[in-house]
Ligand binder design. Structure first.
Ligand code: HEM
Length: 336
């Protein structure tokens, strides 16, 4: 009667054979990945040979069940090496560009001087919407940059303790201000879409570079010129991409798996860098870069001469509707 030991051996051999057919990948590896323990060196060698090693654990939560995820290395490398370059080039590049522009071109002045006559450009609800969205954006941008670069740029300045406290509050602000920001975006879209449809006039404006480099010659423009329409669509499309990708980061169980979550973090980070760079240009032209511009979002009223130079067709429309004083000012520029 064959001994129980030989029976056992036969049984193991049968199971191993079965396994070899059931798991061809395992068959290809030089060791049994499901063995109780695999010597580390075998794992490392397999890694060096480029074997695709994934580790899994059998808990129901698919998001937590991936133990080793090779794509994670690419994601980490992107965060550590490529994102700083994209952020640096976009944001620092824009700051340098604006500084050079200010030095070369100087502040854009009102060519005919202020007329002292005011015209309402943005009503209070429009200004409220603008500053709701803008202030949330600024906090989101700074707290977001802190998540990406704070450890390298801010921590050495303030020390671990202060940095941890500050980053904790910044993260809370980032998570919660996302909602009023998204609300502001929706309202901005609804109240300004009608004035931001591109048209032939905008192409003329672009061809003349908005008159920004040619002193005194301002191409005609309606309420928003082509540059501002560009800002509007950057805000709406960039804002939508930040909101969708941010939503997946706020509720990380929504994406199907870790790789999808990493995809959304990359989208969120790259769009954020480009969005911030574009808003720096907007903030520049809406504050120091152009005389008389800030009033539009400050008091809501701008000088008639400013409006005639930058939005001549809009002024004519407002005058036709009796909502703007006629150009009694002798220094008024003739309509283009
Ligand atoms: C301190 C920061 C900011 C300043 C000083 C500023 C200033 C201004 C000014 C003066 C205008 C009116 C321009 C005009 O007369 O047509 C304006 C319009 C606008 N702003 Fe801002 N802004 C700032 C931040 C932001 C941010 C962060 C966003 C979006 C996230 C934004 C979105 C817009 C949009 C969509 C418009 C209308 C289109 C345009 O005129 O470009 N602004 N802003």
């Amino acid at each position: 009667m064959p001994s129980s030991l030989s029976n056992l051996r036969a049984l193991c051999a049968a199971i191993a054979l079965l396994f070899a057919f059931a798991h061809p990948a395992a068959a290809q590896l030089s060791f049994k990945p499901t063995a109780e323990a695999v010597q580390e060196d075998k794992l490392l060698n397999a890694l060096k040979e480029g074997d695709k090693i994934t580790g899994r654990i059998s808990i129901p939560d698919s998001m937590a069940s991936s133990l080793i995820q090779p794509a994670g290395r690419d994601w980490r490398d992107f965060q550590r090496s490529k994102l700083p370059i994209i952020g640096g080039v976009a944001i620092l590049g824009m700051l340098v560009l604006l500084a050079v522009f200010l030095m070369m071109r100087g502040r854009i002045r009102v060519d005919h001087g202020f007329s002292g006559t005011k015209i309402l450009r943005f009503a209070s609800f429009e200004r409220f919407t603008h500053w709701l969205t803008a202030s949330c954006f600024i906090v989101l941008a700074l707290s977001g940059l802190n998540i990406s670069f704070g450890r390298v740029l801010i921590l050495p300045l303030f020390g671990a303790g202060a940095f941890a406290t500050m980053s904790g509050y910044a993260k809370i602000a980032h998570d919660y201000l996302a909602f009023p920001f998204m609300l502001g975006l929706v309202i901005m879209f609804l109240i300004w879409i009608k004035d931001n449809i591109p048209g032939k006039i905008d192409w003329q404006w672009i061809k003349q570079g908005g008159g920004i480099l040619s002193n005194g010659k301002h191409p005609p423009a309606r309420r928003f010129n082509a540059g501002q329409k560009g800002i509007f669509w950057i805000v709406i499309i960039g804002g939508a991409l930040m909101s969708v990708s941010g939503w997946f980061l706020l509720f990380p169980y929504l994406p199907a798996n870790v790789t999808a979550l990493q995809f959304w973090t990359v989208i969120h980070a790259v769009i954020a860098m480009l969005f911030i760079a574009a808003m720096l240009a907007h903030i520049y032209i809406g504050s120091v870069g152009m005389e008389g511009a800030f009033d539009a979002m400050g008091t809501g009223e701008v000088d008639l001469n400013w409006a005639k130079e930058h939005h001549s067709l809009w002024v004519a429309e407002e005058q036709a509707k009796g909502r703007a004083p006629s150009g009694s000012d002798t220094r008024a520029v003739p309509a283009e």
